[in-house]
Write a protein that binds this ligand. Structure first.
Ligand code: KG4
Ligand code: ZN
Length: 321
């Protein structure tokens, strides 16, 4: 029995997962509303909220799985990348539980966690596959040849795909976080109404600053009344440009890496147009796409367990190495 803990950004999450990858419970307390009025996550507010929520969230995860603390044999916790203050809340909690119970702790890389969302039951995906990891902070193409590791073969040169959705939503006057809002509004719009550019970057990298700037100009040209009339068309066209950029690169990456299977993970994998555009891809179920602790517990199955007391020296890291 593995307890997963995730506090890297604005979701306080705990989950119980078995060694063979069955999710017994997964509790996610989102702070999105708390940060919405600021248009983004405020790190210090996030840390304080994690501190209030982490105890109740773990208790709820245990309760829903009907598991006692005494049955947990391993703790997995996100070590980074993320907001340092937020990460430390999860890490300190995980250390306390590992120490109190004398059980090992696995420090999980958040990105490995997203990939490991694919390894959970009832239909786990087996490596090798090429994985697009698209979230609020990252847009990566990964060659995954075995559990617990990956090779980066592409990344974004500027904004992450989720960030492009969030910033685009802001330009359109939609609430934060914007990905889901654009996704919904785009269903009522015409994706061919506006022509937004798809960056031509060498290799397998991405760039989303151009499409964002184009949206800014389009919004400015339309003015307030024009924007109100064309908002859905703008959302649909903007989403189409981002989805095309992601799907083209992903298929290209698979071809170059000589790996047949493709997969998508991370918050942007929840996007309905992206999912529809990749019928051949392995996609995590929606509730495992955005940040959660089940994926962290899943990754902890393949990581190195740190014993007590060495585990007490564990520290957080802010950005990917
Ligand atoms: O993986 P995640 O929950 O957190 C990070 O690790 O960043 O990803 C959050 C990102 C946000 O940028 C959000 O706007 C985006 O995922 N997102 C979506 C959708 N749902 C969430 N983007 C596009 N379409 C969606 N349906
Ligand atoms: Zn994430």
């Amino acid at each position: 029995m593995i307890l997963g803990i995730e506090t890297s950004c604005d979701e306080t999450a705990a989950a119980l997962v078995t060694a063979d990858g069955r999710v017994l419970s997964s509790i996610v307390a989102s702070q999105a509303e708390l940060h919405a009025s600021y248009g983004g996550v405020v790190p210090e507010i996030a840390s304080r909220r994690h501190l209030e929520l982490i105890g109740p969230v773990i208790r709820e995860a245990l309760g829903e799985a009907d598991v006692g603390l005494g049955e947990i044999m391993r703790v997995g916790v996100t070590r980074g990348p993320g907001l340092i203050g937020a990460l430390l809340v999860g890490i300190s909690t995980a250390k306390a539980i590992a120490w109190a119970r004398s059980i090992p702790l696995v420090a999980v890389d958040h990105l490995q966690g997203h990939v490991a969302s694919l390894y959970l039951g009832p239909a786990p995906v087996e490596p090798p596959f090429v994985c697009l990891l698209a979230s609020g902070g990252h847009t990566l193409l990964l060659a995954v040849r075995r559990h617990g590791s990956f090779e980066r073969i592409g990344t974004t040169l500027d904004d992450a795909a989720g960030e492009a959705f969030d910033k685009g939503a802001r330009l359109l006057g939609l609430p934060y976080p914007g990905g889901a809002a654009i996704d919904e509004l785009a269903r009522e719009g015409d994706p061919a109404a506006f022509r937004f550019p798809i960056a031509r970057v060498p290799g397998l990298d991405f760039s989303f600053s151009g499409v964002k700037t184009s949206l800014l100009y389009a919004v400015r040209d339309l003015g307030e009344t024009g924007l109100a009339e064309r908002r859905a068309d703008l959302a649909a066209s903007y989403q189409r440009a981002i989805v095309l950029a992601l799907t083209r690169r992903l298929r290209q990456a698979a071809e170059l890496a000589g790996i047949d299977r493709i997969a998508v993970v991370g918050g942007v994998a929840a996007n309905s147009e992206l999912r529809a555009a990749l019928p051949e891809a392995a996609l995590a179920p929606l509730w495992l796409c955005t940040d959660n602790a089940a994926m962290i517990a899943s990754a902890a199955r393949f990581g190195d367990p740190l014993p007590v007391p060495e585990v007490l020296a564990l520290d957080a890291y802010a950005s990917a190495a």
